[in-house]
Design a protein around this ligand. Structure first.
Ligand SMILES: Cc1ncc(COP(=O)(O)O)c(C=O)c1O
Length: 487
């Protein structure tokens, strides 16, 4: 066993144990040791590593062995090469997970809410975690031009407190965009700006309760960290409406005795169905008959690959549908920018709830987004990103077809994730756990079900993965599935 601990300076203090009898190549041992130190927080973001020559000499290995280990970790994103020839722990490395969670524990329910929207999850070779958009593609230069314009031209009174709906410039720009691209029927007076869908649904639930709502219907399956939690906390009964290949099953809605329903009609989350025209019309009839509200979460609508986008339901019944949009998928979740188009009778109450929540969203960001929309930069960005995501989706579907032909992909026409249904002989939880053991992060559909059972399925978030990583991820999954199936 060889071991290096040099003390000539912080950049050379690195603990690595080598076992020459282990039958594991030395570069892999070095790699594993450094990776483990980063994950455990012993090597923190920005920490410099010893020069390859120094480390090689200390460990008694050739320099090529250390170079290979560093290169692998650079490719995985753990390390970054800096000009001047030295290597650092990548700045994007998050602090170590509390308790040093293992790859397997990251997929357990307790960690899920922290894990899935958290961007990079350490501990996996490949991570199909969903809800992530490729923020490396954020249009910084165009956004900066809009920031400059806003800071140069906005009148002083825009920087004072506003009413709860947000800045007028953004109301107008959003209406023009949404009516043109999403087929909404919106007017500036009915738009409320909020901090993403997450805050939008929170405000809406408060207002629905104030208006006497007792029961809310949610798609089953659907996210387990927003409307479901908020509605429960607000004292609403939650009822799940089963989802089929074409979205929510409307007959079940008729039996639900609900005052409101939350839908993802353009790309059901997570199963990917598109709600048919007939089902949309039926949901609207239901809402009108009951005086109920439809909350339309249009989170993924801009990314549709195989056909033109389908217009929003809100355009069919602006008095009964609240349209919810977000910049989280199209630009970046960290912007925390979302918008609601609210039926006229609820606008004042939603705006009042927004004031109570935080006295309004940051004004400079709202003005910037308005300028960005008006200049056509949003359309340009979407035009640029659609083929990028489409290529990643195609890489995923090709890899699944080749390596795992008995999985059945669904909802592939749109969005940034795909569900693949498992054949009946495969237990979803066993596959997810085996995948984690092999270094693959992936979520099953099961944890998002409300009433309980249904076929096993896996959710593949592909938006931030390159085509090679997608192929590697599917290969890891194939290995895990072979293991679950046994000899
Ligand atoms: C179903 C669904 N709706 C909405 C959002 C966007 O949420 P927010 O705008 O709060 O970032 C997401 C993000 O992952 C989502 O999965």
């Amino acid at each position: 066993m060889g071991r290096l601990r040099t003390n000539s300076g912080p950049a050379e203090d690195l603990l690595i144990e080598l076992n020459r009898d282990a039958g594991v190549p030395l570069h892999r041992q070095i790699e594993g040791s450094i990776r483990a130190s980063i994950r455990a927080g012993r090597l923190r973001a920005g920490a410099s590593l010893p020069p390859t020559r120094t480390l090689a000499a200390g460990l008694g290995v050739s320099r090529g062995v250390v170079v290979e280990a560093y290169q692998q970790l650079v490719a995985e994103g753990y390390l970054a090469s800096r000009s001047g020839g030295y290597t650092q722990v990548a700045a994007s490395m998050p602090p170590a997970a509390a308790g040093g969670g293992s790859a397997a524990s990251m997929t357990q329910p307790a960690a899920r809410s922290a894990g899935f929207r958290a961007g990079f999850r350490a501990g996996f070779r490949v991570d199909f975690g969903y809800g992530r958009t490729d923020v490396s593609q954020f249009p910084r230069a165009a956004w900066l031009r809009s920031v400059r314009t806003v800071l140069t031209t906005a009148p002083n009174d825009r920087f004072a407190y506003l009413d709860g709906r947000g800045v007028p410039e953004l109301h107008g720009a959003l209406c023009d965009y949404l009516n043109r691209v999403r087929g909404t029927s919106s007017v500036p007076d009915n738009v409320v700006i909020c901090n993403g869908y997450g805050q939008g649904i929170s405000l809406l639930i408060q207002v629905l309760v104030r208006h006497g709502a007792r029961r809310i219907a949610l798609e089953d399956p659907s996210p387990n960290d927003d409307a479901r939690v908020l509605a429960g906390a607000a004292g609403l009964d939650v009822v799940g409406i089963p989802v089929g290949p074409d979205g929510v099953q409307v007959e079940a809605l008729h039996r639900a005795d609900a005052d409101a329903v939350v839908l993802t009609p353009s790309h059901q989350w997570p199963t990917g169905g598109l709600l048919s025209a007939a089902a949309r019309a039926e949901v609207i009839r239901w809402a009108k008959r009951r005086g109920a509200i439809v909350v339309e979460d249009d989170y993924d609508a801009e990314y549709r690959y195989d056909r033109s986008p389908v217009g929003a339901m809100q355009g069919l019944a602006p008095d009964h549908v609240v349209y919810c949009g977000t910049a989280s998928k199209t630009l970046a979740p960290g912007l925390r920018l979302g918008w609601l188009v609210v039926p006229p009778q609820l606008v004042a109450d939603v705006a009042a709830a927004k004031v109570l929540a935080d006295r309004g969203s940051p004004v400079i960001d709202q003005l910037t987004f308005a300028d960005f929309l008006v200049r056509g930069e949003f359309d340009r960005h979407l035009r640029r990103m659609r083929p990028v995501y489409r290529r990643r989706r195609d890489a995923l579907l090709n890899a699944l077809r080749t390596r795992l032909p008995d999985l059945e992909p669904a909802g592939v026409a749109a969005g940034q994730h795909v569900v693949a249904w498992l054949p009946p002989d495969l237990d979803e939880a066993a596959v997810v756990t085996a995948a984690a053991r092999h270094g693959l992060g992936i979520h099953g559909v099961g944890p998002y079900r409300i009433a309980g059972t249904g076929p096993g399925g896996l959710i593949f978030g592909y938006a931030i993965l390159g085509e090679a990583a997608i192929a590697e991820g599917v290969a890891l999954l194939a290995t895990a599935i072979r293991e679950v199936r046994g000899p």
